[in-house]
Design a protein around this ligand. Sequence first.
Ligand code: FAD
Length: 485
Amino acid sequence: MTFDYDLFVIGGGSGGVRAARVAAATGAKVALAEEYRMGGTCVIRGCVPKKLMVYASSYPDIFDDARQYGWDVQHGDFNWGNFRTRLHAELDRLEEVYRNLLNGSDVEIFDGRAIMDDPHTVRINDKTVTAKHVLIATGGHPVRPDMPNADLGIVSNDIFLMEKMPKSVLIIGGGYIACEFACILHGLGVEVTQYYRGAQILRGFDDEARGLLADSMIQRGINLHVGTNIVEMAPASEDHTGAQPTNSDAAMGAPAQDIASNPKSDTAKTAKEPIWVKATNGTEKVFDHVLFATGRSPNTDGIGLEEAGVKLGRRGEVAVDDYSQTSVPSIYAIGDVTNRVQLTPVAIREGMAFVETVFKGNPTKPDHDLIPSAVFTQPELGTVGLTEEEAREQEPIEVYCTSFRPMQQAFAGKSERVLMKLVVAKESRKILGCHIVADHAGEMIQMVGIAVKMGATKEDFDRTVAVHPTMAEEIVTMKEPMRSA
Ligand code: FAD
């Protein structure tokens, strides 16, 4: 049987674009469909715009510190309109870069939503094509909780499109996206309240790191309430006896400029006016925005997957084997849609392993072990390997840990502390986990990640000479274990 293409990729995000390009480089005939903007979540409404906002939000600290270091500088005001224009110009540029990369690799682009008709047939608008292999790389989308008026709230997609910087925002959620936006918006001058129903933010990360980060966020002025959830929300203009207005701006505009044309926005009736909220702790308040950072769902609805015979998991994710193959032999899936590890570099690795397996005759499993990652809060959290809690369950361990005021901040009169922590296997002496809470922890953990991936022991760290004076030198100078378990 002959096909129009050797590979048809559905989704032009991190994983799909990389897989398409690498497959085309093997000489395969490849096409890719994208229904929204090339680059996907990471480039258009994830890692990239978020990190640019992290940079923007860090300037108040820099101005404050500069004065302590002898500079005569004033804060001035943050101009969201100017920043947003530059932000979107950059996203447009990056989208073009992705498009050019695909064109330059001879990947045929279809701008439209792709739907599967059978295991080898894909429909895009009114065109039908066939492919020997189909790669599902459709990513995921943010979800709101199932409660009345939830559609008054915004989701992470909408943040980058806000017309005005709100004065007050309530963030619901305790995951990394919730915490990052809490710090970003706080840094940009927004009064931030964060409710998380669990006992501590950042579930799944090392407990000590979570605790220090939560303390830092509170100390910086974020109104973080754990063990707290939203129970009711409504337009503030409706009568709610007992509501205490916060710093809300009734003249605030609707956040989304092109939400209607944004197929994954979910924003049906985003609030044009402040929102009244009642919490489980009994408080009633009014906020300019409520941001739901309550999780993401795989994009598997209405694209013909189940009709083509593809089995989905309990959360609607595409179920795959170790080689990213679905229950239908011609169909593979990578990235967020498979709900394995939802990070851009992981989606890319899964895409490349797929090409090795299917187009280079070299069966390759994507390696999900010891993935370093960062939470871009202020300060940042960098992590690789097991948490202390996970390691304790696995084997006897030693914990090396130090918490101190770094030189740069101490000189500026700040009390914020950093944390450096190594979790070490008692018997093999291998570093099982490393957790850093500090400015630039994301940069540091990338380097530590190499050593940990190579199987470095505590003694390898010990015999590495410190770089002085740095914060990171503490990672090689911790002599005595803080505790054993
Ligand atoms: P995506 O990048 O989501 O791409 C999927 C694409 O498929 C989308 O463009 C979508 O429009 C398209 N599509 C869907 N259905 C169809 C269809 N039927 N037909 C055609 N096209 C379709 N990761 C990190 O590593 N570091 C970070 O700092 C980080 N920050 C993040 C911040 C936020 C706010 C968010 C939301 C995510 C962040 N992530 C981060 C996660 C990262 O963005 C994702 O893991 C990554 O983008 C997943 O890539 P993907 O290829 O699986 O899917």
